[in-house]
Design a protein around this ligand. Structure first.
Ligand SMILES: [Mg+2]
Length: 393
């Protein structure tokens, strides 16, 4: 039996050239950051995972790396990497993992949300990748096999203002997309301007393209309702995070006031947080991010829960290629997933971290084949972009 020999975490950072930076309510995006975890076994096996703790350029990943090295690594070294579910429980419950095993409930560690869960997410994805590589099987086969060969992708961008957003939309359609998402909310000076941008986009792309808007949780209930009313004839496929995620009842109030579907969940962690969104009747679309919610293992539990509420799942995919590939495997093997996000912010992590590419065909992305996540990480990319020092490893 192979055992885990090493667990490494890297803070990857790529600079964004000035002409490709964008502004949002998170500020100016001048770097793209991600947390990469590499798990190796004593028989030469390797698996890669990715976790996220911040949006775009905000913050850094030193705490993420330290958590992996000082809290998770001691729990993992010498363990059988095939026991992914058991290792998830061990990382989540720490000293009380044994109680969790014998009683069938969770006994989480004190700091059970935030950076710890993002770190667990990355390790979990790496363990699935490792397991697939060792077995010679794609991860989707480990998850029960594919229920689709490709997944509809939506172009995720839309930071342009009035007078430009229509052209941005037309460009996405020219690239082959049949679904687009734009930003709204506090990045616009007024609700009226957000509505104007949505109307301009709809007029530009015509009636056959799915169109979504994302307010990053920045609007008040009143303004969110107002925006819904102003774009009610624009056939909006979903309104993402109209209000702050911290108050699901407020989001439910927006949902009950409109027939535009409400989507949320990209920053939520574990099935327990999604349970609360679902019990509040706050969402039509659940958007777990595999690098935040608890990894592939937890995303599957979230999807089961969502499916019991007849809620569709659309994974939030705003990271590097490893996280993106994990999302595609999840989408392939999970029946209630209907669409996947395709990041259009400048993101070298998505395009240069691995040798493979993710070509768009007929508006869809195919699922990477090959063992594990089906991607080959470029060690030179990691060496070039890692901000983790030898001392920190
Ligand atoms: Mg979003």
């Amino acid at each position: 039996m192979a055992v885990i020999r090493s667990v490494e975490a890297h803070w990857l950072q790529a600079h964004i050239p000035e002409d490709r930076q964008h502004l949002s309510d998170f500020g100016r995006m001048d770097t793209f950051n991600s947390g990469l975890v590499i798990v190796r076994t004593d028989d030469g096996g390797v698996g890669y995972g990715e976790g996220k703790v911040h949006v775009g350029s905000a913050g850094n990943y030193r705490t993420f790396c330290a958590y992996v090295h000082h809290e998770l690594r001691p729990l993992l070294l010498g363990e059988d990497p095939d026991r992914v579910s058991g290792l998830w429980q061990k990382m989540y419950c720490g000293a009380r993992a044994g109680h969790a095993r014998t009683h069938g409930r969770t006994f989480p560690t004190l700091g059970r949300r935030g950076v710890p869960l993002s770190a667990i997410s990355a390790v979990d994805i790496a363990l699935w990748d490792l397991k697939g590589r060792q077995a010679g099987l794609p991860v989707y086969d480990l998850l029960g096999g594919k229920c689709r060969d490709r997944i509809l992708a939506y172009a995720s961008g839309g930071w342009c203002g009035v007078g430009e957003i229509g052209d941005e939309g037309r460009e996405f359609v020219r690239l082959g997309y049949r679904a687009l998402k734009i930003r709204a909310g506090l990045q616009d000076p007024t609700v009226a301007i957000s509505a104007q941008r949505v109307r301009e986009l709809r007029a530009a792309v015509g009636p056959d393209v799915q169109l979504m808007i994302d307010a990053h949780g920045t609007l008040s209930v009143a303004d969110a309702k107002r925006l819904c009313r102003k774009v009610e004839d624009c056939d909006v496929a979903w309104f993402e995070e109209p209000t702050a995620i911290d108050h699901p009842a407020a989001m439910a109030e927006v949902r009950s006031a409109t027939d535009i579907p409400i989507a949320a969940g990209e920053s939520e962690q574990t099935r327990f947080a999604f349970r609360d969104l679902l019990l509040h009747n706050a969402i039509d679309v659940a958007q777990p991010d595999l690098g935040i919610c608890g990894g592939l293992s937890e995303a599957r539990q979230i999807a089961s829960l969502a499916s019991a509420f007849q809620v569709q799942v659309a994974p939030h995919l705003w990271g590097g290629a490893v996280l993106f590939a994990a999302g595609l495997h999840f989408a392939a093997a999970t029946p209630c997933v209907t669409i996947a996000e395709h990041c259009h912010g400048f993101n070298p992590m998505l395009h240069d971290m691995v040798f493979e590419t993710f070509p768009l065909k007929d508006g869809c992305l195919s699922i990477p084949g090959g063992p594990g996540l089906g991607v080959t990480v470029r060690e030179d990319f990691i060496a070039e972009h890692s901000r983790t020092t030898e001392d920190e490893l």
